[in-house]
Design a protein. Structure first.
Ligand SMILES: Cc1cc2nc3c(=O)[nH]c(=O)nc-3n(C[C@H](O)[C@H](O)[C@H](O)COP(=O)(O)O)c2cc1C
Ligand code: SF4
Lengths: 539, 417
């Protein structure tokens, strides 16, 4: 563990730590473009020059390419280093179109930030600028403005080193050099939008987000990606205050959140694109058949149907399907109601999905749901002699199961037209849902559910890691978190217990379970202390 | 006697490119002796160190010392790359060796590989060198057939393959680490150092990179002995050097001089002075990257340290003589155009700075300059100098400073007041 001094302050860092990370540990930012902790060091932008004194000898060198050593004295800001950085900045801006007012990256751009610190010079360029490709589609999800590009090669290295296929390259030489697709290749890998996060300027932009919202209107909330069982750590970027442009749209984009144990700096394009359901086709008012009612009425009706169903058909006549997109808190309360209180047998969560991810070597798993492992760990599932999903659906279709409760399932996506038919075969269907799908339309009782972004909770990923997501939005309409719906139903059916909030549920469900004990509900979930900023896409 | 024939001794014989003729003039003798006498590799490295042979590619790094950096017990294979990219404007001395005496260079390659424990050598040749390629490939074929290269050479158990690899014509691929990237099939972008090629070079393996002329000096060290060889030159720069002299001299060409000879002598006595009685204006003494010398500054010894003390460099030994008819701003513009075109584009300052300076120089020639442009260019040069991955940024910055500081009046004269 070498100990060194940076800007007069001592710091100890692990062997092999470079000077950018060592400085960051002290909260000192060394400006840089091409360096990124997840990629190889190329040292080509030349922005991170610092003064390094070692054994009495001073030199100016790159902070990215030099590792901390015992007794090293580093000065980030000396007249020479400031001039050197200012020089680099001036060269970078030389051919830059300076079109910040129409650039989506404004507010998140290193050129802007560093100019405010190191630039502020009078423009000395009086010769014409180069012109390069603009509004150039490099792939299905990413668009390029090569005039804004600083040629840091981060995107090129991402494709090469992280995904493993050269889809981008830097071609030509001198200042005619340009970033563009590798001949015959599209930037179409399943992680392609990570290059947008990596791009320190506004050269590579996400098509889906382009011109949607200025970034300073967005609030960033820590969350977990619900689109496969990896549980990548993400930020949801939401705007609840500016609905004037696109009414109803609250989530604007998903950004990765650094977690060394799960997803490092990356997320898949699948995860990044999977937020439309939060603002589309939502249901917000409880229903009895097609009639909108109050929660009390709807829950009362549902309890009545269940009680009557148990009496006439017995527990064997009832089935429950809950998609494991629900949180641990939901699953726990659901189990207490369905298995412990009502003693139902045909209770399952292994529901299929029409939206199957394709597993690969990086992050994506082949499980479309984020919390299957959590459901397993919490003992949610069929009782002895209980059926699994496929049999429950079959039994519902041939009339053996007469009362069916579904929560958050994608039966319409899986069964297609047969989903509607299924509802007709049943005595009754109780539908807990966020979307107004075919089952919702045909339910005897419809209970509108808040989505994960609208309440806090935890998911257990496929490796058994329990991770918390926070509430980013208020629940749509009158919708409520799934656990609360189960709890209120349980109370109507005679339960004596109740929880105040998600945290209380989590406390109860984690009792005596080491996997959950590691998670402190109040902790902010980042990478923990360390040199990495978990707001990493600003690296 | 400053002019001398050592490396260039056999350039005069057209048949020197044929193995038999070369053998008759003593080619490959030192290689055979090394193998026959089983001279220990370490002894050869010591000999080259003692001979004070310095790299002839431009940087003048002591050759034996460089060989000594190669790890002795690396489990990986080691490689030699002969730098035959010769791209520095004004330089054409390696070509003379490649075309006229390929066996001399190959013998040096063989001895070097033996000394460092290398079994594969690449000759990385400039893309435009069509004729040298043919000559070299034939020489390698003949030497291999004669058992001087290849497997189990002369029954010694030592193997050596020599492979000619053609570049694609980028100047930057003469920079040793760009050369390695190019050789490996990547874009010719210089690598960050450290690690140095002697430790992590071609294909991640320890690699020696030496200039063609450096290789050609090695057999002469073995023949003369270190002491004799060193004495030809100066205390720190042993032996001789080929100078490619061009521009306004009566007899442009390649001349071999002992290290430490005078630049003035080279221009006036060896190359015949300036033709037509014209007056000397300036000399670029070591290829286009070397800062210019004024007419009254040329009394310097041709030696790495002395040239550095004079504020310029010996570089590749390409002497460009400019007489009074020459416009310095025009020479400067042409130089800047070259670097703007040849910058590999990796480092910000070099990529943008070379072009910016070139554009300003064009503007000045077109009569649109202002006096403040000179300060601007000097400041840009300062922002580039020594702050880039490879020395190409400095190779633009230093001549800029040289031209602007020594001939400001010529630039100012082009500006309307
Ligand atoms: C831009 C640039 C171009 C170079 N071009 C050449 C070249 O064409 N030939 C050469 O031998 N060395 C060239 N060099 C020097 C090499 O990097 C390296 O120092 C040399 O090949 C080492 O061999 P030596 O020690 O025998 O001189 C160049 C260096 C730079 C920075
Ligand atoms: S200094 Fe110029 S040529 Fe050398 S690596 Fe940097 S950009 Fe390339």
């Amino acid at each position: 563990m070498p100990e060194l001094t940076i800007d007069g302050r001592a710091v100890q860092v692990p062997d092999g730590t470079n000077l950018i990370l060592a400085a960051r540990k002290l909260g000192i930012d060394v400006p840089h473009f091409c360096y990124h902790p997840g990629l190889t060091v190329v040292g080509s932008c030349r922005m991170c020059q610092v003064e390094i004194e070692m054994g009495g000898r001073k030199r100016m060198d790159l902070a990215c390419a030099n590792q901390a050593a015992d007794g090293m004295v580093v000065r980030v800001n000396t007249p020479e280093t400031i001039k050197a950085r200012k020089g680099v900045l001036e060269f970078l801006l030389m051919n830059h179109p300076i079109d910040c007012p129409v650039c989506d990256d404004a507010g998140e751009c290193k050129l802007q930030d560093y100019y405010m610190v190191h630039g502020l010079y009078q423009n000395r360029l009086d010769v014409p600028k180069w012109h390069k490709p603009k509004v150039y589609s490099v792939g299905p999800r990413v668009i390029l403005d090569a005039e804004r590009c600083v040629l840091c090669s981060r995107c090129v290295r991402f494709c090469d080193e992280i995904w493993g296929d050269r889809q981008l390259g830097i071609f030509g030489h001198g200042s005619e050099e340009v970033l563009i697709n590798y001949p015959g290749k599209e930037l179409d890998n399943p992680y392609s939008v990570n290059v947008v996060d990596l791009c320190p300027v506004g050269a590579l932009l996400e098509k889906k987000f382009r011109f949607q919202r200025r970034v300073w209107y967005l609030k960033s909330v820590k969350s977990i990606c619900p689109r496969c069982s990896r549980g990548c750590n993400i930020y949801l970027h939401v705007d609840q205050d500016h609905d004037y442009k696109q009414p109803g749209k609250r989530v604007f984009r998903v950004k990765p959140r650094y977690n060394p144990e799960v997803n490092r700096w990356w997320i898949s394009d699948r995860g990044r694109n999977g937020f439309d359901f939060i603002d589309q086709n939502r249901v917000g008012v409880p229903r009895i058949q097609d009639e909108e009612v109050t929660w009390e009425e709807a829950l009362g009706r549902a309890a009545e149907l269940i009680r009557a169903g148990l009496k006439t058909w017995g527990p064997q006549g009832l089935g429950v399907l809950v998609a494991p997109s629900a949180s641990n808190e939901d699953a726990f309360v659901a189990r207490r109601l369905l298995r412990d209180l009502l003693k139902l047998e045909h209770v399952d969560f292994d529901v299929p999905s029409s939206d199957q991810p394709q597993a690969d070597h990086l992050l994506l798993t082949d499980d479309p749901y984020p919390n299957r492992q959590g459901f397993r760990d919490l003992g949610f599932g069929p009782g002895e002699g209980g059926m699994r999903t496929a049999d429950i659906v079959k039994a519902a279709q041939n009339g053996k199961i007469k009362g069916l409760i579904v929560a958050g399932t994608d039966l319409e996506g899986v069964l297609g037209d047969r989903a509607a038919g299924l509802a007709e075969k049943l005595g009754w269907l109780i539908c807990v849902s966020y979307a107004g799908d075919a089952l919702w339309q045909r339910a005897a009782v419809g209970l509108p559910m808040a989505v994960y972004a609208e309440r806090p909770g935890t998911f257990t990923n496929f490796k058994g890691k329990v991770q918390k997501f926070e509430q980013a939005l208020t629940p749509f309409g009158a919708s409520q978190p799934q656990w609360l719906i189960w709890q209120r139903l349980a109370q109507k059916l005679g339960a004596k217990w109740s929880y105040e909030d998600e945290r209380a549920v989590f406390k109860d469900l984690s009792q005596g379970k080491p996997a959950y004990d590691t998670l402190d509900w109040f902790a902010t979930f980042g990478a923990g202390p360390g040199p990495y900023n978990d707001n990493w896409y600003m690296w | 006697m400053p002019q001398i024939s050592l490396v260039s001794k056999n350039f005069q014989y057209p048949d020197q490119v044929e193995l038999q003729a070369a053998l008759s003039r003593g080619a490959w003798e030192q290689w055979k002796r090394v193998l026959a006498e089983k001279i220990p590799p370490a002894a050869i490295i010591e000999e080259v160190k003692a001979a004070k042979l310095r790299g002839q590619g431009g940087a003048g790094f002591p050759t034996g010392v460089k060989w000594g950096f190669v790890p002795k017990d690396s489990p990986k294979p080691k490689y030699l790359c002969v730098n035959a990219d010769e791209g520095e404007p004004g330089t054409f001395k390696d070509r003379a060796i490649l075309e006229n005496d390929p066996h001399l260079m190959l013998e040096g390659v063989a001895i070097t590989c033996y000394a460092v424990g290398i079994h594969t050598a690449f000759v990385y040749m400039r893309g435009e060198f069509y004729q040298p390629q043919r000559v070299m490939e034939k020489a390698i074929r003949e030497a291999t057939e004669a058992g001087l290269l290849g497997k189990n050479i002369q029954g010694s158990g030592f193997d050596l393959d020599v492979i000619v690899h053609m570049g694609a014509g980028a100047y930057i691929c003469g920079e040793e680490t760009a050369l390695l990237n190019s050789l490996e099939g990547w874009k010719g972008w210089p690598r960050l150092k450290p690690p140095f090629p002697a430790v992590v070079g071609a294909f991640g393996c320890p690699t020696v990179i030496n200039n063609v002329e450096t290789m050609a000096g090695v057999p002469h060290i073995m023949r003369l002995g270190a002491a004799e060889f060193q004495k030809l030159g100066t205390e720190k720069d042993g032996g001789t050097k080929l100078f490619a002299i061009s521009g306004h001299v009566a007899k442009p060409g390649v001349y071999e001089m002992t290290m430490g000879s005078s630049l003035k002598e080279l221009i006036y006595d060896v190359a015949g002075g300036l033709p037509g009685g014209r007056r000397l204006k300036a000399v670029i003494p070591g290829g286009s990257s070397a800062p210019v010398l004024k007419a009254d500054e040329i009394d310097v010894p041709l030696e790495f340290e002395a040239m550095a003390a004079a504020g310029t460099m010996l570089g590749s030994g390409a002497v460009i003589v400019l007489d009074e008819t020459v416009s310095i701003p025009e020479v400067f513009m042409v130089t800047a155009r070259f670097y703007a075109h040849e910058s590999c584009g990796q480092c910000t300052q070099c990529r943008e700075g070379c072009t910016w300076i070139y554009k300003i120089s064009k503007k000045i020639l077109a009569g649109h300059g202002q006096p403040s442009d000179l300060d601007l260019m000097l400041d840009l040069a300062d922002n580039m100098n020594g702050k880039t991955v490879c020395p190409l940024g400095a190779a633009m910055a230093l001549p800029t400073i040289g031209f602007l500081k020594k001939f400001p009046h010529e630039f100012l004269a082009l500006m309307k007041s």
